[in-house]
Design a protein around this ligand. Structure first.
Ligand SMILES: [Zn+2]
Length: 366
């Protein structure tokens, strides 16, 4: 399989390895979220520091370079990765000095991250004749102020330095960043490839899990590994699960179902804790936001969270009393407080959907 982390990456892995002795200053690999592109790029970055790599580009795993790269202590390898993507992969992340304790996990690259690079880039690489490598992810979620700092480094790259950028959505990468990089596209796996791989790593109901993850196999396994990782604080884990499993495509499916209003069927939500890519811990917050938006629309405002659904929401709330929407919204908040146990989580979602259906039909629940 060479350097590929997943079976569908062999071609991309070979392409990356072919750059090895002639690395550009910026290499941007893009492809849909949840197909493991970042994992391959991290493996590639580490392999570049191996002192005795195999012919196919795979690292030996034994040398000093490999050991330091694997322990995230290599002085010439840096990660500029969002907090949300760092935690599940064990990549060290330093929050900004003004970060509060009860804040949400950062999903974007923040200003202090590229700033911290400045010192690093001012020094020569530690390894004689070596290169500095900076892995950046998600390159399509860099805050504007941080992007400015980045551009400077990309525009006037210090010598022997390569930025390896990964983006889920190439259209959201700043054109100024994109134009300074060589582009490589990561191909999504076929349905068969995903399915076979999920089965090979022991996912039950691979077919069902894959469908719910919108054909993004790594979302299924990412979810599993976050769920199993007891080193992560429970609250943080909940947030991470929402992020990994509520990939845009998955979330869209849920929103489309909610847009059915009074004719919604519980089976279309089909959440099962622990087995699927749509955990209950992720559904409730979406329901809460959705109902918040419905209330806003009822009051003549535009939806705050899901503006794209404005027309559907206007249709939905037309025949529903504001008071019923309020009551529903309040009941969701109450549910959230008791949803901590996985055993009652499924029941709570069922109840939430049932109540939603009644509310949308302008009926009282309970
Ligand atoms: Zn090695």
């Amino acid at each position: 399989m060479g350097l590929a982390v997943y079976p569908w990456q062999e071609e991309l892995a070979r392409e990356l390895v072919s750059f090895k002795d002639n690395l550009p200053n910026g290499l941007l690999v893009y492809g849909p979220r949840g197909i493991g592109t970042i994992d391959l790029v991290i493996a590639y970055a580490k392999s570049l520091f191996c002192e005795h790599p195999h012919k196919d580009g795979t690292p030996c795993g034994e040398c000093k370079g490999c050991k330091m790269a694997n322990a995230y202590t290599h002085p010439d390898l840096r990660y500029v990765v969002s907090e949300a993507e760092s935690i599940p992969r064990g990549i060290p992340f330093e929050p900004p000095s003004n970060a509060t304790k009860d804040r949400k996990i950062y999903r974007e690259i923040l200003i202090h991250q590229p700033r911290e690079l400045t010192d690093f880039l001012n020094l020569a690489p530690h390894i004689d004749k070596g290169r500095r490598i900076i892995v950046v992810y998600p390159a399509d979620a860099i805050r504007a102020d941080a992007a400015a700092t980045f551009l400077k480094s990309l525009e006037e790259p210090p010598e022997r330095t390569t930025f390896l950028l990964v983006a889920d959505d190439i259209d959201r990468v700043l054109p100024t960043i994109r134009s300074r990089c060589r582009l490589l596209r990561a191909k999504a796996p076929t349905h068969e490839e995903s399915l076979n791989w999920l089965k090979s790593v022991g996912i039950d109901d691979a077919e069902e899990a894959l469908a719910r993850a919108a054909e993004r196999p790594c979302l299924v396994t990412d979810e599993r590994s976050i769920r199993d990782n007891t080193d992560i604080d429970a609250k943080v884990r909940d947030q991470l699960l929402t992020l990994t499993t509520m990939a845009p495509a998955v979330r869209m499916a849920l929103l489309k179902t909610l847009a059915q209003g009074a004719s919604i069927e519980l089976t279309n939500i089909a959440v099962k804790e622990g087995r699927t890519a749509l955990p209950v811990s992720a559904v409730l917050p979406v329901l809460e936001r959705w109902s918040y938006d419905l209330l806003a629309v009822k009051q003549g405002l535009e939806p705050h969270y899901f503006p794209a659904y404005s027309p559907q929401m206007k249709r939905l709330v037309g025949s529903v009393d504001a008071e019923k929407l309020f009551k529903y919204s309040d009941s969701l908040k109450a549910m959230r407080r008791v949803v901590t146990h996985p055993l009652n989580a499924q029941l709570i979602i069922e109840q939430a959907i049932l109540r939603y259906r009644k509310t949308m039909a302008n009926q009282d629940f309970d």
